[in-house]
Structure formats: C-alpha cells, structure tokens
Design a protein around this ligand. Sequence first.
Ligand code: SAM
Ligand code: DTB
Ligand code: SF4
Length: 348
Amino acid sequence: MTTTLSTNQSTITKSELNNTKSDTLHNNPIRTNWTLEEVKQVYTMPLIELVFKAASIHRQFHDPRYVQKCTLLSIKTGACPEDCAYCPQSARYNTEIKPEPLMDLKSVMAAAQHAKNNGSSRFCMGAAWREVKNNDDFEQVLSMVKEVSKLDLEVCVTLGMLSLEQAKRLKEAGLTAYNHNLDTSRDYYEKIITTRTYQNRLDTLNNVSSAGINVCCGGIVGMGENDEDRISLIHTLATLPQHPESVPVNALVPVDGTPLAQQKPIAKFDYIRMIATARITMPAARVRLSAGRLSLSFAEQALCFMAGANSIFAGEKLLTTPNCEQDQDEMMFNLLGIKSDPESTIMQ
Ligand code: SAM
Ligand code: DTB
Ligand code: SF4
C-alpha cells in the first residue's frame, strides 16, 4: 500500500495537515483520467485496506475532525412529470405525497435560519421539477437564493435540468452549488428513468460548471444495480472535466407506491465501499452521507467517516422522507469527537 502518512493522524494539527499536502500532490494528485479498471481495483480492495487508504487520503486533503451539516428543504413538493423509479414525488406513482406549490420566501427564510441555528453551514432547496422554466417560480427561487446567501450559508438548489443562461442567473443571485445527480451508471440508468437521458444530465452539469457554480453530483445505491454499475458511476464522476465539489452518496429510501418499494436494502459494507472509493478517486470533494443514513448505526456511520465522508444531511427530514433526529446526531458527533464545520475545511 502506498501512503506517506503514519497511522496516528487523529491528533494531527491543521498546519501539520497542510504540510502533508505537497507530498500528497506528488503521490496522490487529483486525477480526472481514471480508467474503469483502476476504479474497479480501488472498489474491490479488501475492505479494511480500502478504508485505511481512504482515511489516509482524506487526511491529506481535509481536516478529518470536521463534518459539514447540510439541511434540505423541499420548496416545491410532488406532482413531478418524470418517472424516476425511486422517487415518491413522481406524479406517475401512487404515493402518500401531497403535492404542494412553491413555498413563499418568508417560510423558506425561517427554515434557513432554523438550519443555521442548528449548526448547518449549507442549505439545499429542492424542487420536484423536470427542468427550470423561465417563469415567476424561477424568479421566486432566485430571490430565495439571494436572501438565504445573506445568512452566510452555502446555498444549494436542485431544480432539475437547467440551461446555461438560467445557471448564470443563479450564480448572480449568489448560488454556491447546484445538485444534479447522475444517480447510477449509464447502462443501468434506463432501468430507472425513461423520461430523460444520461446525456441530458451531463449537459446540465456542464451548464452549471460553465456558469462558475460548484457541481454537487452523486447517485443512489441499492436500486438493484450491480458492482459494475457502482464502479461505472464513480468512474463517470471521477472523470468529469472537474471533480464535483460534493458527492452525495444516497442509499435508496424505498417508498410505498414507487416501483422500487420492495427493493432489498444495500449491504452496509457495500455502502461504505462506495464512500471510500469516492474519497480515493475524488480526494478534494466533499463526500456526503445522504439519503438512507437513518438505516445506518453509529458504528456504521463511524466507518463512513473513517472512509472519508465529511458531510451529512442534518435535520429530521430529507425532502419528503424522515432523516436522523437532531439529538441523535449530536450524540454521535460527541461520541466520535466530530465537530460540524462552520466554514469550508478544504485546505488551501
Ligand atoms: N427534481 C430534481 C432532480 O431530479 O434533479 C431535484 C429533486 S430530486 C428529489 C433530487 C435527488 O434526490 C434525486 O436525483 C435522487 O438522487 C434523490 N432521491 C430522490 N428520491 C430518493 C429516494 N427514495 N432514495 C434516495 N435518493 C432519492
Ligand atoms: C441528494 O443527493 N439527496 C438529497 C438531495 N441530494 C436533494 C435528496 C434525498 C431525497 C430522499 C427522498 C426524499 O426525502 O424525498
Ligand atoms: Fe421528479 Fe426529481 Fe423525483 Fe425525478 S427525482 S421524479 S425529476 S422530483
């Protein structure tokens, strides 16, 4: 195994960490030319070796004591025309979601302030749209971005497909990041979504980064895909012209009424494998424990943090499904000696 670090990194200071960065750049440069075979070699390493390697690389690019808390808010819920097989918000499935129109600015601001008071440094607003349209709703979202950014929070939105012009307007409004997931491998994608293509997703990602907005892009595991699909998803992410600033790794939350409601849950060690592989192949990215965290024990989450996860969705709700309780997360952070980061921990 190649690593320049000793094993007692837990007490390392930030300046010591900074000193290791030049070694890192020599030994583990940020690469966007990964081959599929190389990603496979990483993903299939013995788990203990994989987690150790990921933990070593994590320490070279980030301060491992900090995990960012990010709060989600569904600003427009349900009645979505798309057919994403995992999604309770699709109008095509008979789920318990009650469609709601776009929220008003005041309610959004109250939720953002609440998120900040509870230690989140990032606020992500999601809309159940296929794409952004140039209408009053978009103007309203631009106001939300503008106002939330004044709270000194990183602001992220996830609104579906987006043109370059729309991306530029979001950038002007103060948007930090745009979430748009590839969800799975190119091959498996058509088994999950038929109403838009993988290339549509890549085009939106291109528009987002061309407008100078950070890309937040990841996927979902546990939808019946195999290891090759998971490796392929990571390979696609790690060979984008620039790595995403953040990579949400969602485990499917099976919802009654959706085609994937009866899906068997992913093996926890496979989820940890995804986290570690994302960390190793995209060393500077934030790797986020996302949907499905509620089904992970503290010990399983601890392994994820060891494997390089450095962000979580916090707050009792994701978009429409339940998430971990605030006091449980606080207890876990205390037990593990983790702090939520008030600012970016990516080392310059
Ligand atoms: N409509 C926009 C879109 O699809 O890009 C934004 C909102 S959509 C709900 C955001 C992401 O949530 C999806 O890309 C998917 O990765 C994730 N997601 C939705 N339902 C999920 C579920 N049941 N389990 C895990 N992740 C889910
Ligand atoms: C992401 O990758 N996961 C979040 C966020 N980005 C928008 C959404 C998870 C949604 C889980 C199902 C729900 O709560 O509706
Ligand atoms: Fe609509 Fe997004 Fe859900 Fe797909 S994931 S059905 S696009 S809200």
